[in-house]
Design a protein around this ligand. Sequence first.
Ligand code: SF4
Length: 185
Amino acid sequence: MLTNAKDNFAKDRLKVCNKCPEKNKLTGTCNVCGCLLKAKVKVIEEYCPMNKWKDIKEFKDRGLAVKLHDTDIATIEENENGSLTVSYKKPFKLNQKISDTKLTLEFINCRGDHEEFEYDTTLNNIRTSICSCFSVVLDKTSLKEAESAKLILKYNTKLEGEINKRLKIKTDKDIFVIALKGEVK
Ligand code: SF4
């Protein structure tokens, strides 16, 4: 899906590429994936093969990428153990309206980018599990190659203190874990 070049995520991605040693300055392509960067950054489902972009991270070499819809609300990072961490940037207020804690993530099936999954790229039976203090709405349970599903998370801010939870994305092929971090005060 091509998106408007003015979209912030495309500009932010290009800024990272422009500072990256893997950018071929003569051709404007990436030395790792071979893509033309000016076009690649505009495609919402694309991801950096070195996980350098700030809005989207792949579970390294596992064929599922997670895009953060609003990088003003949270950050997304890759962990050494292969999981991802999403951290809310600002603390919530105690008893804040649950609708004001909305965070949208997008799961993107990128198994087709990996040779080992060539004949088995569809993810089925997708569901999530997390502590009941989160409300979770996932709009699809099956993803073909390059398709994406939106997940809307809301947090019930009834207790003060740290938010430190694990969101599990279960599929018929694998289980993916996202640590969710934040604070209520
Ligand atoms: S896509 Fe990633 S590896 Fe390639 S130039 Fe951009 S930041 Fe560097």
